[in-house]
Design a protein around this ligand. Structure first.
Ligand SMILES: NC(=O)c1ccc[n+]([C@@H]2O[C@H](COP(=O)([O-])OP(=O)(O)OC[C@H]3O[C@@H](n4cnc5c(N)ncnc54)[C@H](O)[C@@H]3O)[C@@H](O)[C@H]2O)c1
Length: 261
């Protein structure tokens, strides 16, 4: 019997793969025997692809560039012959309120988090529709469900990612292509470290106010994504899965950082 959790032998595209959650997903998939096209604007992506070997290819592009996604997908189809899944993990935080966010920052937040995500979805859809199967995952965020201070551009963009995900799920689910989003809470990556630099003490505060008493790891997000890419999640479509240690379940932070008994 075929293992429904199997991803080995399949072909995936992962954006934002040079660091953080995207890197963890790429490592997880390659370790499980999948071929992965790594996409990132950061040239260090090439070093990761070299480390991962023949199962990985590096595509150093800006996902916002109009033709970037199409070129990546053409290359993957020419070299691997198919695309089974896409993970849109590339994302960019911009800071500021409605009064302080610059027009450039607002447009960058929308371009990277929303338009770049749409472009990769659009590019993988035709080959997935031809085969009548595919799984797309978009990285949302708990701030797309709730909000925090000083981040209107990022928060609005992440809320849009959840709407984009639901639209794709409804438009293409009956053709065999599923689309879901994953909304992490605080995960220890370069993005969270940058947030800590802007808001000193936030990493500790996020850990102390979490109901598992810590921030998450990229590998924990990668395990969920591996499940969503596999046939084991075949009835999941248009869903947002929050993975945050219980943060959104709570009305108030824990009364004590230690367990009650
Ligand atoms: N880390 C967290 O706590 C957290 C929480 C909620 C949601 N997320 C989301 O998860 C995803 C991954 O986050 P992360 O923490 O790994 O972030 P990260 O900043 O550590 O990594 C993001 C990667 O995306 C790449 N990237 C950014 N703009 C790009 C562009 N225009 N073209 C190509 N690549 C580009 C970066 O070079 C980087 O390698 C993001 O969408 C983020 O918004 C992260």
């Amino acid at each position: 019997m075929t293992d429904p959790f199997r991803v080995g032998g399949r072909v995936y595209v992962v954006t934002g793969a040079a660091t953080g959650i995207g890197e963890a997903i790429a490592r997880e998939l390659v370790a499980a025997g999948a071929a992965v096209a790594l996409v990132d604007i950061a040239p260090k992506l090439r070093g990761l692809a070299a480390e991962l070997g023949d199962q990985a290819s590096a595509h150093v592009v800006d996902i916002v560039e109009r033709d970037a996604a199409r070129a990546v997908v053409e290359h993957v189809l020419a070299t691997r012959g198919r695309i089974d899944g896409l993970v849109n993990s590339a994302g960019a935080v911009v800071n500021g309120t409605a009064l302080t966010t610059t027009d450039d920052d607002w447009e960058r937040a929308m371009a990277v988090n929303v338009t770049g995500t749409l472009r990769f979805v659009r590019a993988v859809l035709p080959p997935m529709l031809d085969r009548g199967r595919g799984s797309v995952i978009n990285l949302g965020s708990v701030v797309g469900v709730r909000a925090r201070e000083d981040g209107i551009g990022y928060i609005t963009a992440k809320a849009a990612v959840l709407g984009l995900t639901r639209s794709v799920a409804l438009d293409f689910g009956r053709c065999g292509v599923r689309c879901n989003s994953v909304s992490p809470g605080a995960v220890d990556t370069p993005m969270l470290r940058a947030y800590e630099q802007r808001n000193p003490g936030s990493l500790q505060r996020l850990a102390d106010t979490n109901y598992l008493g810590r921030v998450g790891t990229g590998t924990e997000i990668a395990h969920l994504c591996r499940f969503l890419l596999s046939d084991a999640s075949s009835y999941l479509n248009g869903t947002d899965i929050v993975i945050d240690g219980g943060a959104l379940a709570a009305f108030e932070p824990p009364r004590s950082p230690t367990a009650p008994r």
